[in-house]
Design a protein around this ligand. Sequence first.
Ligand code: IDP
Length: 147
Amino acid sequence: MLERGMVVDKERTFCMIKPEGVARGLVGEILTRIEHKGYRIVALKMLRLTREMAEKHYAEHREKPFFRELVEHITSGPVIAMVLEGPGVISGLRKLMGATNPQEAAPGTIRGDYALETGQNIIHGADSLASAEREINLYFRPEEIMG
Ligand code: IDP
């Protein structure tokens, strides 16, 4: 039981505060919500994505009509990249974020409280275990993650 619990507690996800979240001064508010929920921030950095990194990050959307806009947007200014840890953190972060379209996101969620447009929805969170692992490896070297 203990062993199983420990594995679940160590679940990790990748989270990013997008350029508009940084520009609007929402970093502290978003980190507060994440920490108050009880998730641990085990890695964090500010960076500006290159086009190449943005295209890798959003590779699954390559064929979508909004792909170009998405890459332009995510490279437009600095972002905050993080690794979060805690039980059920992958789906839990998605709940804190709210729906992709902020007009449909529930009040009390980050997107529901602070955004109006899908293209300016403030926060990214990995949507599965596979995405979380892929994205963590894209942004962080193992030694940058605090155990
Ligand atoms: P998610 O961020 O909630 O996981 P995804 O469907 O994976 O949503 O889309 C990735 C990102 O692409 C969204 O967060 C949003 O910024 C952007 N996006 C999704 N659909 C549209 C659209 O129709 N127009 C513009 N941007 C979009």
